[in-house]
Design a binder for this molecule. Structure first.
Ligand code: FES
Length: 319
């Protein structure tokens, strides 16, 4: 599979805006100068730096071959922390938005066949994956769940794939039956899932029990932020700087490092973008991000310092 180009900072213009459903807006983003945009591969996302100080990541859901337009689709979250409201309310056609990308934490790995499972707005990364599978004639199916048919975006685009796509609105069909869908592990079949946390937790639980390690690929855009109420202070030794920083129980490692004058890149500060990744030389991280894979987590040699902490009381970082 082709890799995305390296990520870059870009000011992009909303060249087209349209509502896909009552709560989902699609934005087409183009260069201010009309220049070609970096190539991206299915699964990639763009980070949008919003005028209200928030940064949010959205899957690219257009055609990677279109080098002049990046498309995102954004659900107005019922409990928006300000990101999706800003996009719906402030980013009209003609608005400029600072972006960084493409970044791909959810690449489409080669497989003999794919089972795509999408819940709600989790359909967005699946669209280019499906197009890629279709183009390379790899068998695939999509199970697409949503609250109701009206709430499910891209129904017209998906209709052309016929019975490879099964729409499953919850108001008439109930929850997705993952146990039936994934009852029998199949060799060389990769399962890709994106959607709300209960769906991801359910599919992880099911695949962990029945499917081979590595068969399931999920993407989250919301981290499991640590509850710091019972947290301990951590001693963080910095190998390059030769100093030790004490991270209080109520503070993130990132904040403590920045306060100590250590230069660490960061963006989302909620464990979703991967910008603050740091190499761990000693100690065992306690991961709370949604960027690292299970095997990267288990490897224990890197961590996102904006949200992750330590299993013990000490860490040594390559900073
Ligand atoms: S700043 Fe985004 S993962 Fe840490």
């Amino acid at each position: 599979m082709t890799a995305s180009d390296p990520e870059v900072d870009l000011d992009l213009v909303v060249s087209n805006r349209r509502m896909l459903t009552a709560d989902i807006v699609a934005l087409e983003l183009t260069s201010e100068t009309g220049a070609a945009l970096p190539f991206w591969a299915p699964g990639a996302h763009v980070e949008m730096k919003l005028g209200n100080g928030l940064a949010r990541q959205y899957s690219l859901c257009g055609d990677p071959a279109d080098r002049h337009c990046w498309t995102v689709a954004v659900l107005r979250e019922p409990n928006s922390r300000g990101g999706s409201d800003y996009i719906h309310d402030k980013l009209d056609t003609g608005a400029t938005v600072a972006c960084r990308g493409p970044r791909n934490n959810f690449p489409l790995e080669p497989a003999g066949a794919y089972k795509f499972v999408a819940g709600g707005i989790g359909i967005t990364p699946m669209l280019p994956m499906i197009a890629a599978a279709e183009a390379s004639e790899v068998p695939w199916t999509l199970l697409y769940g949503g609250r109701s048919l009206d709430s499910m975006a891209f129904r017209d685009e998906l209709a052309r794939y016929g019975d490879k796509v099964r729409m499953h609105p919850q108001d008439t069909g109930g929850l997705l039956d993952l146990a039936a869908e994934l009852a029998v592990p199949e060799p060389d079949v990769a399962v890709y899932c994106c959607g709300p946390e209960p769906l991801l937790a359910a599919i992880e639980g099911h695949c962990e029990t029945y499917w081979p390690t590595g068969a399931l690929h999920v993407e989250r855009f919301r981290a499991d932020l640590p509850d710091l109420s019972g947290a301990r202070a951590i001693e963080v030794e910095l190998a390059q700087s030769g100093i030790t920083v004490i991270v209080p129980a109520d503070k993130s490692i990132l904040d403590a490092l920045l306060e100590a004058g250590i230069d660490v890149d960061a963006s989302c500060e909620e464990g979703t973008c991967g910008t603050c990744e740091v190499v761990v030389l000693e100690g065992t991280p306690e991961h709370h991000d949604v960027v690292l894979t299970e095997s990267e987590r288990a490897g224990g040699d890197c961590m996102m310092v904006c949200v992750s902490r330590a299993q013990g009381s000490c860490l040594k970082l390559d900073l």
